[in-house]
Design a binder for this molecule. Sequence first.
Ligand code: NOJ
Ligand code: MG
Length: 544
Amino acid sequence: MSRVAFALAACLALSGCSSSDSQPEPEPFPEKDWPAEAATLLEGSDWYRHAVFYEVYVRSFQDSDGDGIGDLKGLTSRLDYLKELGVDAIWLMPIMPTPFKDSGYDISDYEGINPDYGSMADFEALLAAAHQRKMRVIMDLVLNHTSDSHAWFSESRKDKTNPKADWYVWSDTPSAPNNGCGTANPTFGDSAWQLDPARGQYYFHRFYPEQPDLNYQSPAVVDATLGVARFWLDKGVDGFRCDVIGLLFESASECDLVPETRDYIKKLRKVLDEYPGRVMVAEPSKLTDASGYLGSGSDMFHMAFHFGYGYFWGLPFAAQNADGIVDTFEKSLATYPAGAQDALVIGSHDVQRAFTVAQGDDTKHQRAALIQLTAKGTPFVYYGEELALRPGKQEVVDQRDAARTPMLWDGSAGHGFSTGQPWIAFGGGADQYNLEAEQGDPESMYAFYRELFALRRGRAIWGTGAMEVLETGTPTVFALYRADDFMAYVAAVNMSDEAQVAELVRPELGARTSRVLGAGTLTLTSGGATLSLPAQAGAIFRVR
Ligand code: NOJ
Ligand code: MG
């Protein structure tokens, strides 16, 4: 936004404002030393409520040794980029040894490092380098299943009497005890049971046949997997993203979060609580209701992904109707226990790139990110979203690889990712949409993300301030009111291809208005405010 546009917006927002110099300038809103505030907020035990998280696929982030595969040393060399961008914590997709049937979500050794990515010493160096920069590192904890190459499974499948015979879910028939839980997900095949000729029984696999489900009815499995968590906590990791954690216990009627699974999660939480400042975020299986993962607000997960927004925003944007977004945030406001924190995404390694969901419309991607970064909660940005990375075409593991292509650092042949042949072809538009090109363009997606991250920095209001979904009287306009003791904001997006004027209903919305990002005007009225947004625009206004 140009300075001229900003001055005009501030002027329009004040009744009686004229272009003459005789009018006194309004008092600026009070500010704080935001970097100092950020440092304080990120030091306390509530750090995760104020952090920007960033999901990294190590394989695709930065290669350090020219083998075409991203690695831990490469990621370490890019920490300064992330720090500068405004990232406070990174989530690593699985980095353990794996036959790579499910991109590392098939783990063959819970206490090792995938040699493609480096060594344990490289991991420890990454952790130390991150901590030295006051950044946190959480890792994927994949406890529902192992790889069929894991030593536990090799032992379990030998016969029906070995010490680990009951560590996996075995059955004489390809059905009980979990009809309905082994859904025919086309990504993972059409049966959830696989005959093992050696043992003469079927084993249950919720995902690929090479990912047998662990049997949590066995107390030894409970102990062993809690031990895995301890192993990494002892190394100093700051927490976990828990993969399909609702599916741990199989049952005849219900798959997601049966009482035994809830009990297990509480045990896991107790383990984390033995270590100060560690956090865990759930990947809910029910995509439209994460509340069950949050328990009392302090006995289960610190956070759960809000997929009701994160994986569905493309539909309301395409339909130019915000009702679905209003509903999902009203539901989370109503059903989340006090103390629980929303984890907000607009994409991940499992779904299409934000660029694709936005149908190539950058303003749509930006409006979705604006909601993600201004709604109450903690944002998790998927690597490359800040560049609007385009999808790839090559499939190495499965169709989800379209959203897992290498990070694009510059316009050179290897795009700064690798000096060798990359393990998978780069995504589209790589010469034009890479960090180097976008850094030089004030209109780029990268510039937009930097601006949003800077606006969050140090301001506790975004992570913990109160939130209201405002009535706008029009389904094409979505607006949030955020307030804490110190300040208040209105964040709004117009989902329509036409300019919109909306009456925001909320008496005492603010003292006066100043637009801090985007385009449009907000004029306070006695009942709330009148919001004008150009076509396809989003804006953030400070109102107190
Ligand atoms: C969820 C992960 O996000 C996905 O990538 C994986 O395929 C399944 N869980 C199985 O681990
Ligand atoms: Mg490498």
